[in-house]
Ligand binder design. Structure first.
Ligand SMILES: [Cu+2]
Length: 115
């Protein structure tokens, strides 16, 4: 009887743990403008915050994949962060003054990057 109770408690603990982990992290992706390897570094570095567990930007597709904590931060807020370091996103455009401070190789506006 004692063992059964222990197993039940252990199972319950495990179940609540997986439920928590499942709710905590959400995966999504959105478009972030950029052009080179430096952009990739800057974009992914901007996502290196405790609320974001994973981020990967694809130079070709311009898509940023992230795994984040939706209870702690919104994708809106993440897109604003990216715009604030010079990268246009689906929802927010970087201020011209910030964009102009990017290194020449990173100036993606008006550049055809589809090939
Ligand atoms: Cu760049």
């Amino acid at each position: 009887m004692k063992t059964n109770a222990f197993i039940t408690i252990a199972l319950l603990a495990l179940l609540s743990l997986t439920a928590f982990a499942g709710d905590a992290v959400k995966e999504t992706e959105f478009k972030v403008s950029g052009i080179c390897g430096m952009c990739k570094t800057r974009i992914e570095k901007t996502m290196k915050i405790p609320e974001v567990k994973f981020s990967k930007w694809d130079k070709k597709s311009k898509m940023l994949k992230i795994a984040y904590l939706p209870e702690k931060i919104t994708t809106d807020s993440l897109q604003r962060r990216l715009a604030s370091v010079g990268h246009d996103t689906e929802k927010y455009k970087a201020a011209d003054a910030v964009y102009e401070t990017l290194p020449a190789c990173c100036l993606y506006r008006g550049v055809d990057t589809t090939h």
